[in-house]
Design a protein around this ligand. Structure first.
Ligand SMILES: Nc1ncnc2c1ncn2[C@@H]1O[C@H](COP(=O)(O)OP(=O)(O)OP(=O)(O)O)[C@@H](O)[C@H]1O
Ligand SMILES: [Mg+2]
Length: 219
């Protein structure tokens, strides 16, 4: 899916400037970068929940976009009702609850869930129906290892089944390396580096990207 170039300014500070990008069907693109580099801002602009400078939309109007925000939002209802809130059939809900260990929590009030449980519920909700572009903002940051492994498999299966493009915002370098075909690196609100995952996540060109990778356990 093609996303237009965009920028976002708050007051006198432009927090993001990004050129046009094309997210290819069936491919996972990781988006990495330090805190405040504009990753969530970009995810929100792409998802259409934030308006870019100058108005309009960043994504073209034709494709379906599904978006899991960095801060998951639990609606005031049960876990199961939250998962089924935007549609999708019962069998899919069962499948997702089972894979994410939510079966025993299905009748619990969503607002009483722990952070990791809330993230699992939010991921299940976003994977209920197919889309053209799946945007996940730090989906596993609050999850334990077992849940994160299940989440990675679900996302990978989902993208294979529906052939969607995936934009995966993640701080987890090992996750990015396991999952991504392409990678973007944001630095101080700019797209600093982009390309094949094996280049950006292993042999980046820029010093800032190298420092980021070293800190997160890369070479
Ligand atoms: N509503 C707002 N008003 C003013 N500044 C904002 C607003 N929303 C975001 N910002 C600023 O924009 C910058 C980019 O924020 P963003 O949430 O995109 O960062 P991020 O790369 O997702 O960081 P993190 O790794 O911490 O999630 C930050 O410096 C943030 O303080
Ligand atoms: Mg963020």
């Amino acid at each position: 899916m093609k996303l237009a170039s965009c920028s976002k300014t708050y007051g006198r500070r432009t927090v993001l400037r990004c050129p046009a990008l094309d997210f290819a069907p069936g491919r996972i693109c990781a988006l990495a970068g330090p805190n405040g580099s504009g990753k969530s801002t970009y995810a929100r602009l792409a998802a259409g929940v934030l308006t870019p400078d100058g108005g309009g939309r960043v994504a073209d109007e034709t494709g379906v976009i599904r978006y899991m925000p960095q801060k998951s939002f639990p609606f005031r209802m049960s876990v199961e009702d939250n998962i089924r809130l935007f549609g999708g059939d019962e069998q899919r809900a069962e499948e997702l609850m089972k894979a994410l260990g939510l079966g025993g929590l299905r009748r619990q009030r969503a607002r009483s869930l722990s952070g990791g449980e809330t993230a699992r519920m939010s991921l299940a909700r976003v994977l209920m129906q197919p889309c053209d572009l799946l945007i996940l903002d730090e989906p596993t940051a609050a999850m334990d290892m077992e849940s994160a492994i299940a989440a990675e498999k679900l996302v990978d299966d989902y993208r294979k089944e529906c052939g969607c493009a995936v934009l995966l915002v993640t701080h987890d370098l090992s996750q990015a390396r396991r999952m991504a075909d392409e990678a973007l690196f944001f630095y101080q609100g700019e797209l600093w580096e982009s390309g094949a995952a094996e280049t950006v996540l292993y042999r980046p060109e820029k010093e800032e990207t190298r420092r980021f990778l070293e800190f997160y356990g890369g070479r």
